[in-house]
Design a binder for this molecule. Structure first.
Ligand code: GLN
Length: 348
């Protein structure tokens, strides 16, 4: 298979954006500031009183989070931050962390490491499905899952190199902080609550070890995974993280190149196919956006070259995705032309 990454195209796109920046013009096709703020405000108001869904409660501490928290943030590649609603309340990042730990492994070991050890195919099953592991192993003969469902995510965490647990943890918290553009920290209550009740994830870790996907202590990998899921974030943090992916791996607010631009397409590809668990196809069908949800109520989405967006709102649907967040992001992206698959034909 030809795995070349189309560097010429990405250089051309980067060149056009650089030229636009020198001339201080908005990048080609970029939405204007007033349009962005209007779209955020409209989505905020439209869904503010929506009472669908419920907080996750299989992690006891999540059931206690205020269901009314509702914040929207959008960050553009030139570092402008747009917000609506509550962007200071923090929730635990949960499964959205899977994106950044995957990005760290890809950055350090190359895209093939994830593809070979875990796989990059959607399972079509719930995020903590054990059947998906058994099915991949028995019917497909190998690692045909992905790093955005629990078995693949715990494996990805186990692949972060470090001599001690503290070394591994430092790499994980640092990559999250670099994407967010500020030092992030862990919500201890959520971490302890999940650590006390995550026997299913411990079983998944042990199963991945038994099949040889995890090669180190699976209990430690599951524990670090649980801690990474407990990192506190607000809507602005999440939008900045998404915008770093929208901007070729460079944080548009801090200016730091967090991961190589060459590795971003692979990260976005897995988000596109598996970011919303078993509803990933439905989401992509309606928005075209690589995205990732977490049971804390966060949802990030990336319109490459245009914006990163995030919504925090804890009530979830039956697949485990924030109800308000899905609706608000879909509306805003559609208003701003965010779908990368939607292209106007040339005049000729
Ligand atoms: N920490 C959670 C779990 O492993 C993350 C799940 C999620 O956000 N979908 O169950």
């Amino acid at each position: 298979m030809n795995t070349s990454r189309g560097n010429t195209t990405s250089r051309l796109v980067a060149g056009t954006a650089a030229l636009a920046a020198i001339l201080s013009l908005p990048a080609l096709g970029a939405p204007k500031p007033a349009e962005i703020q209007t779209a955020l405000d409209a989505a905020y108001v439209k869904y503010r009183n929506l009472q669908e869904g419920a907080n996750a409660d299989y992690i006891p501490a999540l059931a206690k989070v205020d269901s009314q928290i509702y914040g929207i943030a959008l960050v553009t590649p030139d570092g402008k931050v747009y917000t609506a609603g509550d962007i200071t309340s923090e929730v635990s990042i949960q499964s959205i962390s899977k994106v950044f730990t995957m990005a760290k492994v890809i950055e350090d070991q190359g895209p093939h490491a994830i593809e070979q050890r875990i796989g990059v195919d959607a399972t079509g099953m719930r995020f903590n499905s054990i059947v998906s592991v058994e099915f991949a192993q028995k019917a497909l003969g190998g690692p045909e899952i992905n790093p955005l469902v629990n078995p693949g995510a715990i494996t990805a965490t186990s692949m972060v190199n470090g001599a001690t647990r503290a070394d591994v943890w430092k790499k994980i918290i640092d990559i999250h902080s670099d994407f967010a553009g500020r030092p992030l920290s862990v919500n201890q209550e959520v971490y302890e609550s999940e650590a006390a009740t995550n026997q299913r994830n411990q079983a998944i870790g042990a199963l991945m070890y038994a099949y040889g996907f995890i090669k180190s202590d699976p209990a430690q990998a599951t524990d670090i995974y649980t801690e990474q899921c407990s990192i506190n974030v607000n809507a602005k943090d999440l939008a900045t993280m998404a915008a770093t992916l929208a901007n070729g791996g460079k944080n548009p607010v801090t200016g730091k190149q967090v991961i190589s631009g060459d590795n971003v397409p692979e990260v976005l590809a897995v988000m596109a196919t598996a970011g919303l668990y078993d509803d990933s196809g439905k989401w992509l069908y309606h928005t075209g956006l690589p995205a990732k949800s977490g049971v804390g109520g966060g949802l990030i989405a990336v319109s490459p070259g245009k914006f990163g967006i995030a919504v925090v709102s804890p009530p979830l649907d039956s697949a485990g995705n924030s109800v308000r967040a899905q609706k608000a992001i879909a509306d805003i992206s559609n208003a701003l032309g965010g779908n990368p698959y939607a292209v106007s034909p040339t005049a000729k």
